[in-house]
Design a protein around this ligand. Structure first.
Ligand SMILES: [Zn+2]
Length: 217
């Protein structure tokens, strides 16, 4: 079974690597954000509650997220594996996730930490362009992360635009906050023994993917 979580600071290349893993193993990419949005779109009772909470600027309760996640992870296409995105964000959620896996009789799976040098991440982030339609992001300084055709999204052929909300200071802030909040999770999985740490700085996408492949085989 290939159930994988990525822990990755901004600009570490999580989107590219996780898309690669999904394609290779034909497993779904499950994002808690999407689960919430789908539930709202379905107009279900929980969906209405979520919409209400979001409109009030409140957090969606852990109970609701747990319920949706459990339902999604027990569906047929998740049985041979999945990539979980946006969850867990803290130790409490990590413990809840452990319980869900146990209940479903799933393995502990793999937690991949894409470790990246802060300055390198900043350089990447500041040369980042984003698709105006599907949100996929590209990077102009690294050929591997650049779009095939300049200014056009590989995925949906829409025009790309620069991400205007990143400057050096806001990026450093975002990076530091992420690392500070996520550090306990890294320790948690290190102790548990299913953490794979990859220092991605000088690595190509192929090399990173090979590291992951070796472990999940
Ligand atoms: Zn696109």
């Amino acid at each position: 079974m290939k159930n994988i979580i990525f822990i990755a600071p901004p600009a570490a290349g999580k989107g590219t690597i996780s898309a690669r893993v999904c394609t290779e193993y034909n497993i779904p990419h499950i994002s808690t954000g999407d689960l919430l949005r789908n539930e709202i779109a379905n107009g279900s009772k929980i969906g209405l509650e979520i919409k209400d909470a979001m409109a009030k600027g409140e957090f969606v309760s852990d109970e609701v997220i747990t319920k949706l996640l459990k339902k999604r992870l027990s569906s047929k296409d998740s049985k041979k594996g999945f990539i979980l995105d946006g969850y867990p964000r803290n130790i409490m959620q990590a413990k809840t996730y452990d319980n869900i896996l146990k209940e479903l009789n799933y393995e502990d799976g793999l937690v991949v930490f894409l470790d990246i040098d802060k300055n390198l991440a900043m350089k990447r982030a500041l040369s980042r362009v984003v698709c105006s339609k599907c949100g996929l992001s590209y990077n102009l300084i690294n050929k591997e992360y650049a779009p095939i055709k300049e200014g056009i999204c590989d995925n949906c052929k829409s025009p790309l635009k620069t991400r205007s909300d990143d400057n050096e200071e806001s990026f450093i802030n975002r990076f530091d906050t992420y690392m500070k909040e996520t550090y306990p999770l890294i320790e948690f999985y290190e102790k548990k023994g299913n953490l794979l740490k990859i220092k991605v700085d000088d690595m190509t996408v192929d090399e990173i993917f090979d590291e992951i492949k070796k472990v999940i085989k």
